[in-house]
Ligand binder design. Structure first.
Ligand SMILES: [Zn+2]
Ligand SMILES: [Zn+2]
Length: 227
């Protein structure tokens, strides 16, 4: 739901901010050869993110296999790949403790910061995608209300509503079912009126296509429809 989506976007923003701090710290301290304290924070954040991703990735894989969903499985594998890079970063950070060579500090800080920045950016992007999907659901609900009202006025029904957008352009498609005896001229008039209402609901850049059919032929030769 929306709260989860926004909170994962917020999480992404926080992680990105932390990553930028670490990167700034690393670059700054590299020139002043001071110790980098933020590496510790970076390790904790990276470790925590890896643990969360491990649980998430494994459960996505499990559900994906159970539901036979390649999309879920791909997401799970993607998340797990994230875990391995986190582990690699943590291992690199561990070298600092063992070798004690100061030179590792900025290298590891940049690694951890870069990794976190990537994770944060991905979270924000996915959250944005989620919000777009939510917006589509809202648009679809409004379209259904409008079509329902328009059909009720003229004793029609509709089916096969489809809506998608690319960029700012909305594409809407639906079928209108008229009583058999309706005059074509009249049917076209009503369809045009409903199309205009749909277009004005969605703004400037809209393509609306309606398909007209008589009640007696509804679904007869349209078995390909996804209703
Ligand atoms: Zn149809
Ligand atoms: Zn026309």
């Amino acid at each position: 739901d929306k709260v989860a989506i926004i909170s994962s976007g917020f999480e992404g923003a926080m992680i990105s901010a932390a990553a930028l701090l670490i990167l700034y710290d690393a670059v700054h301290k590299a020139f002043t050869s001071e110790a980098i304290e933020s590496v510790g924070i970076g390790m904790i954040l990276t470790g925590a993110a890896a643990a969360v991703n491990l649980v998430l990735g494994l459960s996505l894989l499990r559900v994906g296999k159970k539901r036979n969903s390649p999309v879920l499985r791909a997401n799970g594998e993607h998340v797990l790949a994230d875990v391995w890079t986190s582990v690699a970063v943590l291992a690199a950070l561990g070298l600092v403790q063992f070798t004690g060579w100061r030179g590792w500090d900025p290298i590891c800080a940049v690694l951890a910061g870069g990794k976190l920045l990537w994770t944060g950016w991905r979270l924000m992007r996915e959250s944005f995608g989620g919000l777009m999907d939510e917006a589509d659901l809202t648009v679809e609900k409004e379209l259904r209300d409008l079509l329902y009202a328009g059909c009720a006025t003229h004793q029609l029904s509709y089916h096969n509503l489809r809506h998608r957008h690319s960029g700012r352009t909305h594409w809407v498609e639906f079928h209108l079912v008229f009583p058999d005896e309706t005059d074509l001229h009249h049917a076209h008039e009503i369809a045009t009126e409903i199309e205009a209402k749909v277009a004005s609901l969605l703004g400037d850049d809209v393509r609306v296509i309606s398909h007209l059919e008589p009640r007696s032929a509804e679904h007869q030769e349209e078995r390909w429809e996804l209703r």
